[in-house]
Ligand binder design. Structure first.
Ligand code: A2P
Length: 296
C-alpha cells in the first residue's frame, strides 16, 4: 500500500497517512513497529523529542535501506526547549538521534500561551533552520484558532501543518475552516480517539471505534471501524497518523484508499462531534508536563 500525498506550502509532498510512534508503555516496540510499517508501505513516521524514541525510529529507517527522499520524517520540539538558542540546540540533538541529514517536518509540539514570546522565538529559530535546508517544512501542533492567529502576526512563514487531536468526537470544525483559508494542512493525532483516554470517551457511552453508528457503517462497507473513521478523515481532507504496534492493525489501518463513504454517511459521522477535546487544554501544558495521552 502506498499512501497518496499532499503538497505542503513549502513544496514538499507529505503522505496523507503515516504512523504515529508514541508508545509510552512500550517504547521498546518502536523500532519493530517502524520496520513492520515500512515493509507494509508506510512512508511517514511521526515522532517527537519527548517520546524518547527518535533513535529507534532512525535505526529502523536506516535498516530498511529505502531511499531517503521516499521517507517523510516528522519530529517535534518540546516546550521545555523553547527560546531561540535552545531550539537550535534541541533540533540538532533530534537530528543526531534520528541519524538524518534533515527532517521533512519539524513541529512546535504545543503552544506555550503564558510564554508566547518563547513560542515565537522558537518558531523564528525553526525558520532559520529551514533556511539552512535542515528542515523541509515548518509546522505547529495543538494550536487553536487564537494562538494560530497570534503566531501569524509575528512570523514570516505560514505553518505547513497544524497537528491536533481530531476524531469523530472532536472534529475541530472551526479550526479546519481557518486552516483551509490559510493553506495549512490539518493532521489528526489520535484519529481513532483512543489515546486521548478510553475511559473519558466512554463517559459518552462508547469510544468512537465502539460507537453504534461506526459499527453499523463497518458492517455496511465490510470495513473495520478504524477504516471507517480514517476514511472519514481522508474524505474531509484531514491527514492521519494512527498509532499501532500490531502488524495486523498496521496493515488494515493503511487500507483506506480503496473505498469511499457516501456523503450521507460522512454527514452522519459529523453528528458525533461533541465540540470538546479529550486531551489537555493547551494552556495546561507546561515544560514539566508530559501530557497523558496513552490509552488507559
Ligand atoms: P495497538 O498498538 O495494539 O494496535 P490513536 O492513534 O487513535 O491514538 O490510537 C492508537 C491506539 O489504538 C493504540 O493503542 C493501538 O493499539 C490502537 N489501535 C490502532 N489501530 C487500531 C484498530 N484498527 N482498531 C483498534 N485499535 C487500534
Amino acid at each position: 500500500m502506498a499512501s497518496p500525498t499532499i503538497r505542503l506550502n513549502a513544496g514538499n509532498e507529505m503522505p496523507l497517512l503515516g504512523l504515529g510512534v508514541l508508545n509510552r508503555e512500550r517504547p521498546d516496540l518502536t523500532s519493530h513497529a517502524v520496520s513492520a510499517a515500512l515493509n507494509l508501505g508506510y512512508r511517514l513516521f511521526d515522532t517527537a523529542s519527548v517520546y524518547n524514541n527518535e533513535r529507534d525510529v532512525g535505526e529502523a529507517i536506516k535498516a530498511a535501506d529505502i531511499s531517503r527522499p521516499d521517507i517523510f520524517v516528522t519530529t517535534k520540539l518540546w516546550i521545555g526547549h523553547y527560546g531561540y538558542d535552545q531550539t537550535i540546540r534541541a533540533f540538532h540533538a533530534s537530528l543526531k538521534r534520528l541519524a538524518l541529514e534533515y527532517v521533512d517536518l519539524y513541529l512546535l509540539h504545543w503552544p506555550y500561551p503564558t510564554r508566547f514570546d518563547l513560542t515565537i522565538a522558537s518558531y523564528r529559530a525553526v525558520e532559520h533552520l529551514k533556511e539552512q535546508g535542515l528542515i523541509k517544512s515548518i509546522g505547529v501542533s495543538n494550536f487553536g484558532p487564537e494562538l494560530l492567529q497570534g503566531l501569524l502576526r509575528e512570523v514570516k512563514t505560514v505553518p505547513a501543518v497544524n497537528q491536533v487531536e481530531l476524531h469523530p468526537f472532536f472534529a475541530q470544525r472551526e479550526l479546519r475552516v481557518i486552516h483551509a483559508e490559510l493553506g495549512i494542512v490539518t493532521q489528526a493525532w489520535s484519529p481513532l480517539g483512543r489515546s486521548v483516554g478510553i475511559s473519558k470517551t466512554r463517559l459518552l457511552g462508547s469510544t468512537p471505534l465502539e460507537h453504534p453508528l461506526i459499527q453499523s457503517l463497518s458492517s455496511k462497507y465490510s470495513k473495520s471501524p478504524a477504516q471507517i473513521i480514517l476514511r472519514w478523515h481522508i474524505q474531509n481532507g484531514i491527514t492521519v497518523i494512527p498509532k499501532s504496534v500490531n502488524e495486523h492493525r498496521l496493515l488494515k489501518n493503511a487500507k483506506i484508499f480503496d473505498f469511499e463513504l457516501a456523503p450521507g454517511d460522512l454527514a452522519a459521522i459529523d453528528t458525533l462531534d461533541t465540540g470538546r477535546r479529550f486531551s489537555l487544554e493547551p494552556d495546561a501544558v507546561v515544560p514539566g508536563t508530559y501530557p497523558t495521552i496513552v490509552a488507559d
